[in-house]
Write a protein that binds this ligand. Structure first.
Ligand code: ATP
Ligand code: MG
Length: 486
């Protein structure tokens, strides 16, 4: 073990938010050892902005609770931890762990229960990568480095502590973490890991709960280097373990969406990880729609059923929470609405809660060469840039154009003739089932519900725009099932 001077590693208390110092100080004052460990230390040394700070101590979770009282909650069964609320932040405070007892590992060597408290030396060998096992005591200004982790940081190498096969067997999610950190930090993976990291070994991920895999997939999508990690998921055979029916092929659409996601994160914009699931599952969704259409199912019903089928299949790998599933189906349903909007609903559509995501999705499709969007991505893009007056003019112009084409219409050019003023609402995009759990029901915020549309206004739409040229096919109303997506 070497004790490094924190300042020599480029660390200083000035870089630390007060909430993590408060946690360290409170534990120290109560007579315990306390360190910052993991990604926070690693990222600061690398000059990156840490996502969060984790603390580790020799106090048991119950003792941590004594120190912080109501600010502390003990969580987890397999892996008991204390969550300490410091201001608006949450700090995970772990207790030094000793090696797990034999009785709590599964037949394949996976650790099922892990609450055997130990010393800092024992704790260090339980961590995954050397670079994640540096213990920083900010008040003493020291970093404890048990394995020359500082050299791995300098050499940009990701090295597992201990025997890689064993460490992957203990917790197969470490395979995902390997790719995530290699991509995020742009580190090379140590040769001894590459040697054992085979597609066969990724089969171990089948033992991991789809809930945990969903969480891990979110971390992959939101780390800011999605575009770099996607080919790695394919190369290492992880793709098949994460995605049930998505062929391991990075289409232009997927690639663009990944780059777009990374750029948004770089700019500090929020991203909804479910959006990327909508992108990944788009092709299987279309194929499933085709299947139902070929069976003579009407389009709206085909879309609804296809959406449910595809998400159900995906749930065998990663369980997407119900609210995120609804978001995905709404984004898909928006594609139909945006491609073929009723002129009276253009304004209402543009204020719909799901408009922005649906539009981004449409534009991404279009920019990646999908000509089935018929130029509507660019059209909606232009529409949004218009002033209110321009929009009003454009929609009335559009209406006039529409009326003109209606007058010219032959018998097979019949369109629905609802009076403009009568249409003030647009129907929900998808029939949203009740959330599965009370927590999900609570977390479904008001803002996620469709916004009630405002009154109808106009917009300036060029005469040659595809929306005006589209041939309107008479609908056989006897065939239409009036569901929520009609
Ligand atoms: P980031 O928070 O940037 O994603 P991190 O390294 O902090 O990265 P966390 O998941 O927050 O990752 O975990 C904190 C620390 O706990 C890690 O740095 C590592 O030392 C340890 N750790 C987390 N998951 C595992 C695991 N599956 N096996 C062994 N150690 C782990
Ligand atoms: Mg962390």
């Amino acid at each position: 073990m070497q004790t490094l001077r924190a300042s020599k590693c480029g660390l200083s208390t000035a870089q630390l938010p007060s909430y993590i110092l408060d946690v360290i100080d409170a534990l120290t004052k109560a007579g315990y050892e306390a360190y910052i460990v993991g990604g926070g230390v690693r990222d600061l040394i690398l000059g990156l902005n840490p996502k969060d700070f984790d603390a580790v101590t020799n106090a048991t979770p119950a003792q941590v609770k004594e120190v912080f009282g109501r600010r502390c909650r003990i969580i987890g069964r397999r892996f008991e931890l204390a969550h300490v609320y410091a201001g608006r932040e949450l700090v995970e405070v772990a207790t030094f762990r000793a090696p797990p007892k034999k009785a709590v590992t599964s037949a394949s060597g996976m650790i099922l229960r892990d609450n055997n408290w130990g010393t800092i030396e024992q704790d260090f060998v339980r961590r995954d990568f050397s670079i994640n096992a540096m213990y920083y005591q900010p008040r003493k200004g020291i970093v404890l480095d048990f394995c020359h982790a500082i050299d791995d940081i300098k050499n940009k190498t990701l090295r597992l502590l201990g025997d890689p096969t064993l460490r992957f067997e203990e917790d197969p999610v470490r395979m995902l973490r390997t790719l995530r950190f290699a991509a995020k930090l742009n580190f090379s993976i140590a040769p001894e890991i590459l040697e054992v990291f085979t597609p066969e070994l990724t089969q171990l991920l089948r033992d991991i709960s789809p809930h945990r895999l969903y969480d891990e997939s979110q971390k992959l999508f939101t780390m800011g280097h999605l575009n770099r990690v996607l080919p790695m998921l394919i190369d290492f055979g992880i793709w098949h373990q994460l995605f049930a029916d998505i062929s391991p092929d990075i289409s232009t659409f997927i690639e663009r969406a990944a780059i777009n996601t990374d750029q948004r994160i770089q700019m500090g914009k929020t991203i909804n990880p479910a959006f990327f699931y909508a992108v990944l599952l788009w092709k299987p969704f279309l194929e499933r729609c085709e299947f139902y259409l070929s069976k003579g199912v009407v389009p709206a019903e085909a879309r609804a059923q296809a959406g449910l089928d595809v998400l159900k299949r995906q749930a065998t790998r990663t369980i997407i929470p119900r609210f995120a599933e609804t978001f995905i189906r709404e984004v898909w349903e928006m594609q139909t609405r945006l491609l073929n909007p009723k002129p009276q609903q253009i304004q209402a559509l543009s204020t719909h809660a799901r408009f922005r995501a649906g539009f981004d999705f449409l534009l991404l499709r279009e920019k990646s060469g999908d000509d089935t969007t018929q130029g509507m991505g660019v059209w909606w893009d232009a529409y949004q840039q218009m002033s209110t007056d321009e929009k009003e003019r454009a929609i009335s112009q559009y209406n006039r154009q529409r009326a003109k084409s209606r007058r010219k219409a032959t018998t097979d050019d019949v369109v629905e003739t609802k009076p403009v003023a009568a249409i003030t609402e647009i129907e929900p995009l998808v029939n949203e089932p009740e959330p599965r759990s009370r927590r999900e029901r609570k977390s479904r915020t008001k803002s996620e519900r469709p916004v009630q549309p405002t009154s109808l206004n106009g917009s300036e739409i060029g005469y040659d725009h595809p929306i005006l040229k589209r041939k309107r096919v008479k609908r056989d109303l006897s065939q239409v099932i009036f569901g929520p997506t009609q």
